[in-house]
Write a protein that binds this ligand. Structure first.
Ligand SMILES: C[S@@+](CC[C@H](N)C(=O)[O-])C[C@H]1O[C@@H](n2cnc3c(N)ncnc32)[C@H](O)[C@@H]1O
Length: 211
């Protein structure tokens, strides 16, 4: 095996959820332009999603260099032509390596990172999306402050025992912070294994209505 192939990570969960996620993405994301993937992890999703969006420049990113290396390995193996070089991107940074993206996706980061990372994701999305641009997120959530399944509650406890700043978030809290930044929740879709697709659209803030 080459050095690059040695860097490739495989996620059974990505294999299980990639088709269901792609189906939603093809419904809600732009079919051309640049889509930024935040927290791409192994890059297994990136090659699959880029192949499903042949007219999009798919831009994977992650804070972790090992994710960048794994994504490069997946790209080398699959040869997907519209998958751009993955870039290091820390969602909490006040400047991202891209000044604009036509759409943004982020799977399974919000619960496996501190709350500040979610706020950074929302800040950055509000900054670089065009008007009517879409932010798509995927993962488990509490709804109305309650877990949606016993398995999610157990998962939440195991996350918090690994890192007290992690945990399954309350969807209403995330949606409120998004709305404060002009990202309005337009759709939630129940996904397999008690996950949600959550879709936000950047729309202008209305502070006051003239009458
Ligand atoms: C559970 S993995 C999800 C990977 C992939 N999206 C998936 O669905 O399998 C969480 C990812 O979030 C990334 N991450 C954590 N903190 C981050 C941050 N501040 N900015 C960007 N990515 C971050 C980690 O490096 C990791 O790759």
């Amino acid at each position: 095996m080459s050095d690059l192939a040695d860097q490739k990570r495989y996620s059974p969960a990505c294999e299980r959820n990639k088709d269901a996620i792609l189906e939603v993405l093809q419904d809600v994301m732009p079919a051309s332009g640049t889509i930024l993937e935040i927290a791409c992890g192994p890059g297994q999703h990136a090659v699959h999603f880029a192949a499903g969006f042949p007219d999009v420049q798919w831009q994977p990113s992650d804070i972790d260099p090992t994710s960048i290396a794994s994504t490069l390995a997946w790209r080398a193996e699959t040869g997907v032509p519209n998958l751009l070089d993955p870039v290091i991107l820390d969602a909490t940074a006040t400047e991202w390596p891209l000044e604009r993206a036509d759409g943004i996706i982020c799977c399974n980061m919000i619960h496996i990172s501190p709350w500040e990372v979610t706020l950074g994701l929302l800040d950055g999305a509000a900054r670089i999306l065009p008007e009517n641009g879409i932010l798509y997120t995927y993962g488990p959530y509490k709804v109305g402050g309650k877990h949606t399944a016993p398995s999610n509650e157990a998962f939440d406890q195991s996350l918090r025992s690994q890192n007290p700043s992690w945990g399954v978030r309350n969807l209403d809290d995330v949606a409120l912070e998004a709305r404060r930044r002009g990202l309005h929740l337009i759709k939630t879709i129940k996904m397999p294994a008690n996950n949600f697709s959550v879709i936000y659209k950047k729309t202008p803030m209305v502070d006051a209505i003239d009458v």
